[in-house]
Design a binder for this molecule. Structure first.
Ligand code: FAD
Length: 335
């Protein structure tokens, strides 16, 4: 039997679901299940503290999971990754899956190495896509490297291939499944003890803007904004587009915005549908975090700025003239 869309065999591809405090699947789940559907049959693996599973399973079915392994444990929110590693290892044993997709997020990417050791496999880290090579009959992970200037491919010989996949990198969605089959995964035994969370404090973010990681649109500002006050222009354009706000490291270092806004090699990696770079020169360390964006729009007064080398649309001009005009135009179209 094959997956009709990609000619891949209909073998199970496990997808780690990062459950949120409410037990709901996070935004990363849709892209990961979509990627799994390109190379086989999507099978979700979720660790929960129990009680919310019916809703979770039906939401995962709507996102394309044909089966859902649920591991219930009181320690779901207390142990840092250990139950997830154990549940995935058990799901591999039960299903015989040869590929596991893990979100390349701070919360989950560290699990890939632990799982590879337990399952006797290997990690393909920080992929931006996966595909099935019908001739070689193997799954290939696609990576964006050297600041996004090159694409490389990798695969694993032997044991299971554990792929960490960048959130937002895969847009394709899997076909919804009514009533996915529910299976139990074990979390006890087989894993070395890991870190335990002794205290967690939720930080309240006082904004209605989307989070930078996983946002469909991002408006980022650089040193060209000149001051913290002027950075409000970036936020205004972001709000007009319903976008998240990002920044270059120079803008962060200058104190315009907090470090959590930084996009790039030492900040957040994003792959939105639309990325606006305002007053950003396009240094390789910045590009490393945004070059896989689908459409890049750059506004810079220097026509030689290297951001224009990767921009789909570029405006050579003063952002303090161009951006207010753009916001006005967006507002007038909405009204
Ligand atoms: P600049 O390079 O100073 O560019 C400002 C741009 O604004 C210029 O192109 C200028 O023409 C334009 N401009 C000025 N005024 C206007 C105007 N009125 N209208 C329109 N355009 C205007 N950087 C990151 O962003 N993310 C990272 O994660 C990161 N990690 C790094 C890690 C390492 C190890 C190192 C060494 C560096 C890292 N950097 C990172 C820094 C990076 O090398 C650049 O210094 C930084 O990205 C530059 O930010 P910028 O483009 O805002 O500033």
């Amino acid at each position: 039997m094959t997956n009709s869309a990609s000619n891949a065999p209909a073998t199970p591809v496990l997808v780690l679901i990062e459950t949120t405090g409410s037990g709901a699947p996070p935004t990363t789940a849709a892209g990961l299940l979509g990627a799994a559907a390109q190379i086989g049959t999507p099978v979700a693996v979720a660790v929960t503290s129990g009680g919310q599973n019916t809703q979770l399973v039906s939401e995962l079915g709507a996102l394309g999971a044909a089966q859902v392994y649920v591991a219930e444990t009181d320690s779901a929110a207390r142990e840092l990754g250990t139950p997830q590693v154990a549940a995935l290892a058990d799901a591999i044993r039960q299903s015989g899956a040869g590929v596991v997709l893990v979100p390349a997020t701070n919360g989950s990417k560290h699990l890939a190495g632990r799982l590879a050791i337990i399952a006797g496999g290997a990690v393909a880290a920080d992929a931006v896509g996966v595909r099935y090579d019908a001739e070689a009959q193997e799954v290939i992970a696609v990576h964006s490297v050297f600041g996004g200037d090159f694409e490389t491919e990798s695969t694993v010989e032997g044991g299971p291939m554990i792929v960490t996949l960048r959130p937002g990198a895969v847009e394709d969605r899997a076909e919804p499944v009514d009533n996915p089959q529910v299976l139990a995964a074990e979390v006890s035994g087989g894993t070395a003890p890991g870190a335990t969370i002794v205290q967690a404090t939720d930080t309240t973010v006082d904004t209605e803007r989307p989070a930078l990681r996983g946002a469909k649109a991002v408006v980022a500002g650089g040193r060209g904004l000149g001051s913290k006050e002027n950075f409000a222009l970036v936020e205004q354009l972001a709000d007009a587009l319903g976008a998240a706000v990002g920044a270059s490291r120079a803008a962060v270092d200058a104190g315009f915005v907090p470090q959590s806004y930084q996009v790039g090699q030492t900040g957040v990696s994003v792959a939105p549908q639309l990325y606006f770079a305002l007053g950003i020169s396009g240094a390789i360390q910045h590009r490393a975090g945004m070059q896989t964006s689908k459409t890049i729009v750059a506004i810079n007064k220097d026509e030689d700025a290297s951001i224009f080398e990767i921009a789909d649309f570029g405006v050579v001009g003063d952002l303090f003239t161009v951006v207010p005009a753009l916001i006005q135009e967006l507002d007038s179209r909405r009204n």
